[in-house]
Design a binder for this molecule. Structure first.
Ligand code: B1M
Length: 211
């Protein structure tokens, strides 16, 4: 919708102050908060997602867009009943045990949130047992594991083994990502999918959940 176009553009260009001002003006003019999220913020972030995927935007710009979007959401949240926000499902995400890299993983989390997933971010250095316990606790739909070190990649395999031992493997889709990984590695360890970068992670989750 045209009325949301400049808000989407402010998200695309990571202009946090403009995003806030435009949202306040839209709310004052009577726009529906959910429409502002879907047609303004999410629409802008979808453009960011595809530009990032095509190499037309880079990490610092994406982080600025994501930050602008997050500030917008924060402004609108109190105006929306939690149950009204459409979600695609819950994704539990973390960097595996022994690995402290989280920039890419956080980018994936932001992209998933922008694509309307509820994201539970477990941080870095997450042991297999913690992933398993959190799956039981949250009943998430997807587990996303990230690793940046060749020495920690195998933690993903160990985690999948723990999920099998605890009878959880059939209850959740598992996706993996991180610079040293490949589709072949993901297949080898029995993951359901591999995403080479942040934007394709949300497409992958949607595909796996049949959305
Ligand atoms: Co480290 N580090 N680091 N490091 N670090 C690498 C990974 C390395 C390749 C650098 C190098 O030597 N050329 C190398 C790994 C070598 C290897 O294993 N083969 C390395 C090393 C060796 C180390 C230490 C061991 C160094 C040392 O102490 N001697 C140490 C390990 C610490 C530990 O984890 N236990 C270490 C430490 C660090 C810092 C703490 C200094 C810092 C991390 C800060 C942080 O994350 N908060 C750091 C950084 C910044 C890097 C580099 C320079 C950049 C990583 C990054 O953030 N990239 C990295 C070199 C490089 O990659 N060129 C390097 C940007 C980010 C957006 O990309 O994370 O790939 P990336 O994420 C992408 C995709 O991979 C994908 O989407 C993202 C966005 O498109 N993706 C997923 C990621 N996770 C996903 C999950 C998904 C789906 C997609 O689904 C769940």
């Amino acid at each position: 919708m045209e009325v949301f176009t400049s808000l989407s553009e402010s998200v695309i260009f990571g202009k946090e102050a403009e995003v806030k001002d435009q949202i306040k003006a839209l709310v004052d003019s009577g726009a529906n908060p959910l429409d502002i999220i879907v047609s303004g913020l999410i629409a802008g972030m979808s453009v960011v997602g595809s530009r990032f995927k095509n190499g037309e935007m880079f990490v610092p710009e994406v982080l600025m867009s994501a930050k602008a979007m997050a500030s917008g959401i924060e402004l609108l949240k109190p105006l929306i009943a939690e149950e009204d926000i459409p979600t695609c499902g819950t994704v539990l995400i973390g960097t595996v045990k022994g690995d402290l890299h989280d920039i890419g993983k956080n980018l994936v989390a932001m992209m998933l949130e922008s694509a309307r997933f509820k994201v539970i971010n477990l941080g870095v250095n997450v042991p297999a047992e913690v992933f398993a316990a959190k799956i039981k606790e949250t009943r998430a739909d997807v587990l996303g594991m990230s690793a940046l070190l060749t020495t920690t990649m195998l933690q993903m395999k160990d985690t999948i083994e723990v999920l099998k031992e605890e009878g959880l493997r059939d209850k959740i889709k598992v996706i993996v990502g991180g610079a040293p990984l490949s589709k072949e590695f993901a297949d080898e360890i029995g993951a359901d999918g591999f995403a080479p970068e942040a934007a394709s992670a949300s497409d992958l989750c949607k595909k796996l959940l049949g959305i």
